[in-house]
Write a protein that binds this ligand. Structure first.
Ligand SMILES: O=C(O)CCC(=O)C(=O)O
Length: 314
């Protein structure tokens, strides 16, 4: 198995190109290592109290939990990292109007954990493959990721409809805390085996097309009383925004109405349409208006007809 060791990825445009070509890239030192240490410290008690996962996919030598924005508020700086968000938007927004958070998850791979089942994250949605990306994943190492301790394995060339699982060797993506391993939802990957006697810890933040059902139910994880304390951009990412046309509305309005306290009991439903739909609708309405009777309506027409009838009778 090959290893991709930490190396500088200089320009932002370069990471776009790398991500498109090989399905993954590593952004080096995007946040200070001290921030990752702080986040790790605040997650420590929850890791200690969380039981091991059940089932062969999550893995019985693995611990995981979600809802990180309420469990370690500094995770917001990972979720909204500008370099990451730029890449996410570049890859997903050709297919949707707005992206949304798919999940945040903290993950510990304990000594002796075997390699995880290789998978493509976007297989959870059964749409066409090879044409569009449904998801972009970001793995933030909390401890250094090395081939020996289970660094994420990726099958190069397996993204965007590529096969890559026909006996091809995966690469172990080695990276340090503060760096972000970014990979597309269509790429084959999985956690590597942890052959060391130390825990490998990381945070996964993933984003998906705004019209999909997210993996982690964001509205239940961050109900409006929690999300009302969020920055509006973060609240939008966890679902307090409509995806035109009208998807995710609350009583016909943008669900962000819930962030300002209890909304009125009776709300007018307000169209939130895409520009193409707005165009088609206004053309339809225009044609209808042309066919309408003149102002004054039917009564006016009736009066006109009565007048004509009186004249012709007299
Ligand atoms: O832990 C890793 O390196 C990858 C985890 C993963 O792909 C998953 O849990 O779906």
């Amino acid at each position: 198995m090959a290893t991709i060791a930490p190396r500088k990825t200089p320009a932002a445009t370069r990471s776009d190109e790398t991500l498109r070509r090989q399905g993954f890239c590593v952004l080096q030192d995007v946040v200070p290592g001290s921030r990752i240490e702080d986040i790790s410290r605040s997650l420590h008690p929850r890791f200690a109290a969380t039981p091991f996962c059940q089932g062969g996919f999550y893995g019985p030598r693995t611990k995981r939990f979600g809802g990180l924005l309420k469990r370690a508020p500094a995770v917001e700086s990972l979720v909204r990292n500008p370099a990451v968000m730029r890449l996410v938007r570049a890859f997903l927004e050709p297919w949707c109007e707005t992206v949304q958070l798919n999940l945040t998850q903290a993950l510990e791979l304990h000594p002796g954990a075997p390699a995880q089942f290789p998978h493509r994250d976007q297989d959870m949605w059964r749409g066409p493959t090879g044409e569009l990306e449904y998801l972009v994943n970001v793995m933030w190492p909390i401890t250094p990721f090395r081939a020996e301790n289970g660094a994420t394995l990726i099958w190069p060339g397996s993204h965007n409809g590529g096969q890559g699982d026909g006996g091809q060797e995966p690469v172990a993506i080695e990276a340090d805390p503060g760096s972000a391993i970014i990979f597309l939802g269509s790429i084959l990957h999985g956690a590597g085996p942890n052959h060391t006697d130390a825990v490998r810890r990381g945070i996964i933040v993933s984003y998906c097309l705004g019209w999909l059902k997210p993996y982690e139910n964001q509205w239940l994880t961050y109900p409006s009383d929690v999300a009302s304390a969020f920055d509006p951009e973060l609240a939008a990412l966890v679902g307090y925004q409509q995806h035109r046309p009208n998807l995710g509305n609350y009583d016909g309005q943008c669900p962000s109405i819930l962030l300002g306290g209890e909304p009125p009991d009776h709300l007018a439903a307000i169209d939130a349409l895409r520009p193409d739909q707005e165009g088609a609708l206004s053309e339809f309405l225009r044609q209808q208006t042309e066919q309408l009777p003149p102002v004054g309506g039917i009564a006016e027409i009736e009066r006109g007809r009565n007048k004509r009838e009186v004249k012709s009778n007299g």
